[in-house]
Design a protein around this ligand. Structure first.
Ligand SMILES: CC1=C(/C=C/C(C)=C/C=C/C(C)=C/C=O)C(C)(C)CCC1
Ligand SMILES: [Fe+2]
Length: 544
C-alpha cells in the first residue's frame, strides 16, 4: 500500500481536536451483549503549540480517548491530559517544557518548571508530566503513564486529569516503565531506574498493592503510600544505565533485559546547556552484550548465573513462562535503535516512504533460559533441554551462558496477549503488522506454535495496538474479542473501532465515529464489573 504525499503528515503531525462529550458511534454488525466496559487509550495528539513545533512524534501532548461499550452501543470521548506541561505550554502559547525529542527553554516567568533553571547544579532535570504512553490501573485508580518519575491520575469515565503523582516520594527512581505488570491479585509490579541514589545507579523492581489497608480505606489514601521495593539490581555501568521500555514476568521470575541501548547520564546532565534533546542521550553500543537478568520472586534475589545474548534493542516483551525448569520468554527485538530515529516528524512528512524504510525489522524472538542444568556440563554444550524450541543457551569458558533465540515471527509490533495467560504457557500473540514502514497496516494474530498468522486489513486503514478481551466463560485462550481503533487516511472514510472475533479474526462489528481520531500508543480495557459506577449512567443526554 502506498502512502499519498501529505497523508502521513495529517496522521502524525496535525493537531487533533478533543471531543470530551460522549459521541454516539454508528455500529455496523453486532457487539455481543456481554461486552460492556471502557476501552481507554493514550497517545500523542498535539505537535504544534502556537508557532512552535515538536521534533518527535513521542513529544506530542497526551490525548486520552475512550470507547464506552454498553448494550451493543459505543460512545467515544477524547480529552487532552491537563498536565502541568500542557497547561504551561497553552498559557505561554509555545513549547516551554522539554520532551523526549525537543529541548525547550522556559519563559523567564515564574512557573512550576522554575526548577529547570537549576540544571547546572542538578544531574537529573525536572522532567515533563506529559504522560502520553499508557494507562496503568492500581486498584480503583487509573493513571496516565510515561517513562519518567511522574504519573497523572485520571478519571477513566470523564477523562478528567486528577493528581500529579511523583514516584520519587515513594521510591528512589528517576525513570520508570510505562508498561507495568499486574499479578493475579491486581497488584502492580513495575521497574524504574534510580540514578542519584548515593551515586549508585540501579534498577529497582517495586510493587504497588491494589488496595490500601482497611484502616486507611475510609481516608481514601493512595495505595502508592504502601509501595514496596522488591529487589534492586546494580547497573553494569554507573554512568550508562540501560534504557528499557518494558520487562517480563513468569510465574516465579521477573525478567529484565539490560540492553546495550543506554542512557548516558553525563550527556543528560549537560543536555540543557548544550541545547540537545533527551533522545540524543540514548546511545546504542552495538559491540556490547545484552544481559538477561532473572529475579526470583520468592527469594527476591537475582539468579546468579550470567546469561547474555548479542547486542539488540527491544521495547516490548510479549510474554514469559516456565516449562520443565526453563524460563521461556518472547520479545520484539531490533538489531539497532533506528526505530526511535524514524519517529522524528521530519521523517514522517512527504518523503515518508524513503525516510522510514525499515532497515531494522521488528522481530518476535523466543529466548530460553535453563534454570537447572549440569554445572559440570562441557563448555560449548547447549543447556536447553526443551524439544519444542530451537533456542539455545551455550555454556562459555568463563561460566557465562550465551543465549541464541528462535525466530517466531517477523514484522510485528505493539504485541498483546490474553492477559489471563500472562506468565503462563501461551500460544497467541495479537499485534500490528509493520511491513514497509513503522506504521501498522494490519492487525494480526500470530500462532506461536505453527508460526502462522491471521490478518485483518483494509485500504486507508491504520490500526492501533489490538487489545484482547476474554469472553465471560472462556475455555480456550482465544475465546474473546479484539478491540483496535482504526485511523483512516481517506477523508471520505471516517475512523472506527474495529471489533474482531479473536478466534477466527473475522470482523464482528465496527463502530464508526464522525470525529478526529489520533494514532495512539497503548491502553487497557476496563470491564463493567471493575467500574465503580455504571458505565455512562449519564449517557441519556449524550451528543449525537
Ligand atoms: C522525557 C524523557 C524520556 C522519555 C521517553 C519517552 C517518551 C519514550 C517513549 C517511548 C515509546 C513510546 C516507545 C514505543 O515503543 C527518557 C528518554 C526516558 C528519559 C529522559 C526524559
Ligand atoms: Fe510500549
Amino acid at each position: 500500500m502506498a502512502a499519498p504525499v501529505g497523508m502521513m503528515e495529517a496522521i502524525f503531525a496535525r493537531n487533533k481536536e478533543e471531543h470530551p462529550e460522549p459521541l454516539r458511534a454508528e455500529v455496523q454488525g453486532e457487539i455481543p451483549s456481554w461486552m460492556e466496559g471502557i476501552l481507554l487509550r493514550n497517545g500523542p495528539g498535539m505537535h504544534t503549540i502556537g508557532e512552535s513545533k515538536y521534533n518527535h512524534w513521542f513529544d506530542g501532548m497526551a490525548l486520552l480517548h475512550s470507547f464506552t461499550i454498553k448494550n451493543g452501543e459505543v460512545f467515544y470521548r477524547s480529552k487532552y491530559l491537563r498536565s502541568d506541561t500542557y497547561n504551561c505550554n497553552i498559557e505561554a502559547n509555545r513549547i516551554v517544557v522539554s520532551e523526549f525529542g525537543t529541548m525547550a527553554y522556559p519563559d523567564p516567568c515564574k512557573n512550576i518548571f522554575a526548577k529547570a533553571f537549576c540544571y547546572l547544579s542538578h544531574t537529573i532535570p525536572e522532567f515533563t508530566d506529559n504522560c502520553l504512553i499508557n494507562i496503568m490501573r492500581n486498584g480503583d485508580d487509573y493513571y496516565a503513564t510515561s517513562e519518567v518519575n511522574f504519573i497523572r491520575k485520571i478519571n477513566p469515565r470523564t477523562l478528567e486529569t486528577l493528581e500529579k503523582v511523583d514516584y520519587t516520594k515513594y521510591v528512589a527512581i528517576n525513570l520508570s516503565t510505562s508498561h507495568p505488570h499486574y499479578d493475579s491479585a491486581g497488584n502492580v509490579l513495575n521497574m524504574g531506574t534510580s540514578i542519584v541514589d548515593k551515586g549508585k545507579t540501579k534498577y529497582v523492581i517495586f510493587k504497588i498493592p491494589s488496595s490500601a489497608p482497611a484502616s486507611e480505606k475510609r481516608k481514601k489514601k493512595s495505595c502508592l503510600k504502601h509501595l514496596e521495593v522488591m529487589c534492586s539490581i546494580p547497573s553494569r555501568s554507573l554512568l550508562h544505565p540501560s534504557y528499557y521500555h518494558s520487562f517480563g514476568l513468569s510465574e516465579n521470575y521477573i525478567l529484565f533485559i539490560e540492553q546495550p541501548f543506554k542512557l548516558d547520564i553525563l550527556k543528560m546532565a549537560t543536555a540543557y546547556i548544550r541545547g540537545v534533546n533527551w533522545a540524543s542521550c540514548l546511545v546504542f553500543h552495538k559491540d556490547d552484550k545484552t544481559w538477561i537478568h532473572l529475579i526470583d520472586k520468592r527469594t527476591k534475589k537475582p539468579v546468579s548465573a550470567k546469561f547474555y545474548t548479542d547486542a539488540m534493542v527491544l521495547f516490548h516483551h510479549v510474554n514469559a513462562y516456565e516449562e520443565e525448569d526453563h524460563v521461556v520468554f518472547d520479545i520484539i527485538s531490533y538489531k539497532d535503535n533506528s526505530l526511535y530515529q524514524m519517529f522524528y516528524l521530519k521523517n514522517l512528512d512527504g518523503n515518508f516512504e524513503n525516510n522510514t524504510k525499515l532497515n531494522s525489522i521488528p522481530t518476535c524472538k523466543r529466548f530460553v533460559i535453563p534454570l537447572q542444568y549440569d554445572k559440570e556440563a562441557d563448555v560449548g554444550s547447549n543447556l536447553v533441554q526443551l524439544p519444542s524450541t530451537t533456542a539455545t543457551a551455550v555454556k562459555e569458558k568463563d561460566g557465562s551462558i550465551y543465549c541464541q533465540p528462535e525466530l517466531l515471527y517477523e514484522g510485528i509490533e505493539l504485541p498483546r496477549i490474553n492477559y489471563d495467560y500472562n506468565g503462563k504457557k501461551y500460544r497467541y500473540i495479537y499485534a500490528t503488522e509493520v511491513k514497509w514502514s513503522p506504521v501498522p497496516t494490519q492487525v494480526v494474530k500470530v500462532d506461536t506454535l505453527t508460526k502462522t498468522a491471521l490478518h485483518w486489513e483494509e485500504e486507508h486503514c491504520w490500526p492501533a495496538e489490538p487489545i484482547f478481551v476474554p469472553s465471560p466463560n472462556a475455555k480456550e485462550e482465544d475465546d474473546g474479542i479484539i478491540l483496535s481503533p482504526i485511523v483512516t487516511s481517506d477523508p471520505q472514510k471516517p475512523p472506527f473501532l474495529l471489533i474482531l472475533d479473536a478466534k477466527t479474526f473475522k470482523e464482528m462489528a465496527r463502530a464508526t465515529v464522525k470525529t478526529d481520531l489520533h494514532l495512539d500508543l497503548h491502553g487497557l480495557f476496563i470491564p463493567k464489573k471493575d467500574l465503580k459506577v455504571e458505565p455512562e449512567a449519564d449517557l441519556d443526554n449524550e451528543h449525537e
